[in-house]
Design a protein around this ligand. Structure first.
Ligand SMILES: [Zn+2]
Length: 428
């Protein structure tokens, strides 16, 4: 069905447009332009209009999330990375049954939609007992309506919980089975990291991604301890080591890529690796601060992710990315609001190999409707969103042209919240 969406105000290509319209067809954007021209070009098409005090913007793209980590909120704060991982993450998450995963993910995905996140790349590592947990997570995305990129983790590090670990053969076989069971889902693979996956597993994952033509997500250089481990185990810095193992090419999405040498930045650019940065998690876990400009200058595509989901908000990630860049370079002119917003929308979509994050022909019809009441009338909406944007401004979210958030939590999301409280009490 065709639908003409009329927007009194919209953000297009990082700038405001007045009386703008676009045609939604089969979940995608087929045509865009001024409303009068669009009305003339598509005379039979039904029109949906938003009131003049609303602004339509592209939906946010969350390039990296572990949804179940919402269970750690408030009880794993203020720990070192090692203690957070070993004493909280490794203790709580393995207790989840598939049914728990479903409710935890419905809660997390509902929160994300309310925060304007229309796509999430979920890096999912509860695969030790088979695919039942992964299937529950994929069902949760479908029922909430969020667009899901499912990065199915491969992990075999001896130190990790059994609930996360698989042999290479199990990971291959189960990933194939999952892709076959959900042919319409976007399922790629995610060998955990240099410390979470063995050399054999990393090489097998790279071969699998080539053979199956799917993306490969991997944590890279998140903490300085990983750099040390890489030098000890492989004799090189993480990016150089991964390159030698054949892991890096245009299918690779490097998560974090925080502690890099200039040589490593160059390798990422040469291999056309995409990067997802997670500023709030890197700060929360004390993993470090590094600038983005060097990667962007080299032409690397960079998106943003909410990772540990202490507060799943791309508005926060976008703002932090801009502030950190200005602060580390000691230059308020170092980063523009429109560049920051693009990291959370159009560039984030490119990082996931999706045609989304822009109100342009050929893109997925994923967009938000904002109440303009909180935006100063003299302020460009992009600047307002990046520097002052609030979740409360988001009045509706559409995925593939379908309204999936209406400004308040759905009955399902409320049910999930009470289930979550029960699960949290049990998993101590
Ligand atoms: Zn992560």
């Amino acid at each position: 069905m065709l639908e003409l969406i009329r927007c009194a105000r919209a953000v297009v290509g990082g700038e405001e447009r007045r009386d703008f319209a676009f045609v939604v067809s089969d979940g995608g954007i087929a045509d865009v332009g001024d409303f009068a021209a669009m009305r003339a070009r598509h005379p039979q098409t039904e029109t949906r209009s938003f009131p003049p005090d609303r602004i339509v913007v592209p939906g946010f793209v969350n390039g990296h999330s572990h949804a179940y980590q919402i269970l750690l909120r408030g009880r794993a704060d203020d720990l070192s990375f090692e203690r957070w991982r070993n004493n909280a993450l490794y203790r709580v998450i393995p207790q989840l049954e598939p049914e728990d995963v479903y409710w935890v993910f419905v809660t997390a995905f509902s929160e994300m939609l309310a925060a304007g996140i229309t796509t999430v790349a979920e890096f999912f590592y509860l695969n030790g007992a088979g695919n039942a947990h992964a299937e529950a997570a994929i069902r949760a995305a479908a029922v909430t309506g969020i667009r899901l990129v499912f990065a199915r983790t491969w992990m075999d590090a001896p130190g990790a919980p059994e609930a996360f670990r698989e042999t290479v053969a199990q990971a291959e076989e189960r990933t194939r089975a999952l892709r076959a069971a959900f042919p319409n889902a976007n399922i790629c693979i995610a060998p955990h990291s240099l410390h979470g996956a063995s050399e054999e597993m990393l090489r097998a994952a790279a071969a699998f991604a080539r053979e199956e033509r799917c993306d490969l997500h991997i944590h890279v250089a998140e903490a300085e301890s990983e750099v040390e481990l890489s030098r000890e185990r492989y004799g090189d810095a993480p990016v150089v080591a991964l390159d030698r193992l054949g892991v890096l090419d245009e299918r690779t999405v490097a998560i974090h890529a925080l502690h890099l040498t200039e040589e490593e930045e160059e390798v990422l650019a040469d291999r056309r690796v995409r990067v997802v940065r997670c500023p709030s998690t890197n700060l929360y876990l004390g993993d470090g601060i590094t600038g983005l400009s060097a990667l962007l200058r080299r032409g690397v595509v960079v998106g943003l992710g909410t990772d540990a989901n202490v507060k799943p908000s791309l508005l926060d990630e976008v703002r932090l990315a801009a502030y950190l860049e200005k602060g580390t370079r000691r230059d308020g002119a170092a980063f523009k609001a429109a560049t920051a917003l693009a990291l959370g929308t159009s560039e984030g979509a490119r990082a996931l190999n999706l045609r989304a994050g822009e109100l342009a022909p050929g893109m997925l019809a994923d967009f938000l409707v904002l109440g303009a009441g909180g935006i100063d009338p003299w302020s460009p909406p992009v600047n307002a969103l990046v520097y002052r944007g609030e979740r409360a401004w988001i009045q509706a979210a559409f995925v593939g042209g379908r309204r999936v958030y209406t400004g308040e939590l759905s009955p399902l999301a409320r049910e999930a919240e009470s289930e979550l409280a029960r699960i949290a009490r049990r998993c101590v």
